[in-house]
Design a protein around this ligand. Structure first.
Ligand code: NDP
Length: 293
């Protein structure tokens, strides 16, 4: 069997196109421009790349993009004051504080200082609680993008066995909540899981969010299963230079799976598209307008 490749790049372009259409309508009919503010602390090279690409795509869909760069040594009080300023700014509908933050800053405190209605990353404790209880919330972008691809591929997910490998607050746990919300039977695996390959072999859907390059192997995959590879890892090429790989060993998994997301070009582009979709949703909610579906 050769797996269907789920094209996250094309899907994300479609989502961004829909967001852009909605933004144009908001401007035309209501004179409102959704605004997204990104706060970046320090000089982490990967974070700088993400923030740049988020800013570019925000502008491309017609939204206002604001970027606040703060010094590596910024005090917690200064960062909290910046978040407060953005909370109070009516032209800003989405606020994202790029993680990871330098060690002297308390990430939980900072994230929970964001107005939950503007928390487009969905990491605020209120949004986590709303998602966990099946209420309307801001949904974290990477799991949301993964769910959209799964729904698009499968139609209904009801009754399918899903194994999520990874239990982080950013990916694994919200992914499991979303799959449960779609009536999957969900197992969350992690570093202490016994005999991970046999757990994964039960899955109709495997979500790999481990942060270990090419860890999930083809002989762990039930024939025909869908593999969503969240991992983004940079590894050395034998001939020199580096390349990006996921947490699944693509070639061996693609030989057995029914469908698989590539890295790059799978979950990654969907994450940014969902960030823009969340900003649009936040803007519509703030203005009492109908939300996009
Ligand atoms: P974390 O490091 O926060 O979590 C990793 C999880 O994997 C932990 O729960 C850990 O278990 C588990 N784990 C680690 N080693 C093993 C193992 N050998 N067997 C089973 N489970 C294991 O990572 P994130 O959730 O933040 O990210 C996961 C991956 O997704 C990374 O590659 C990251 O780069 C990528 N990512 C991609 C995004 C995108 O846009 N595509 C966005 C965010 C992340 P334990 O809890 O027991 O330690």
């Amino acid at each position: 069997m050769t797996a269907t490749v789920i094209d996250g790049k094309a899907f994300a372009a479609k989502v961004r196109g829909q967001v852009a259409e909605h933004v144009a309508k908001l401007k035309e009919e209501h004179g409102i421009t959704p605004g997204l503010a990104v706060v970046l602390v320090g000089e982490d090279p990967a974070s700088q790349v993400y923030v740049k690409s988020k800013g570019k795509m925000t502008v491309e869909v017609g939204m206002k993009s604001v970027e606040h760069r703060m010094d590596e040594n910024v005090s917690e009080a200064e960062l909290l004051a910046m978040v407060q300023k953005l909370n109070d700014d009516p032209t800003i509908h989405g606020i994202l504080v790029q993680l990871p933050l330098p060690g002297h800053l308390n990430s939980d405190l900072v994230i929970n200082s964001i107005d939950p209605a503007k928390d487009v990353d969905g990491f605020h404790i209120s949004n986590v609680g709303l998602l966990g209880t099946g209420q309307k919330s801001m949904v974290p972008c990477t799991p949301l993008g993964s769910l959209m691809m799964l729904r698009d591929h499968h139609g209904s997910l009801s009754g399918l066995n899903a194994v999520v490998i990874g239990r982080s607050n950013i990916v694994g746990k919200p992914m499991a909540q979303l799959l449960l919300g779609d009536s999957c039977t969900v197992t969350i695996a992690h570093s202490r899981t016994k005999d991970l390959p046999s757990v994964v072999r039960q899955a109709d859907i495997v979500v790999a969010a481990v942060g270990r390059p090419q860890m999930v192997l083809g002989d762990w995959i039930k024939p025909g299963a869908t593999v969503i590879d969240v991992g983004i890892n940079r590894i050395d090429k034998p001939e020199g230079g580096t390349r990006l790989v996921g947490d699944a060993d693509y070639d061996s998994c693609a030989a057995v799976a029914g469908a698989i997301t590539p890295v790059p070009g799978g979950v990654g582009p969907m994450t940014i598209a969902c960030l823009l979709a969340n900003t649009l949703t936040a803007c519509c909610r703030a203005n009492g307008l109908t939300e996009p579906e």
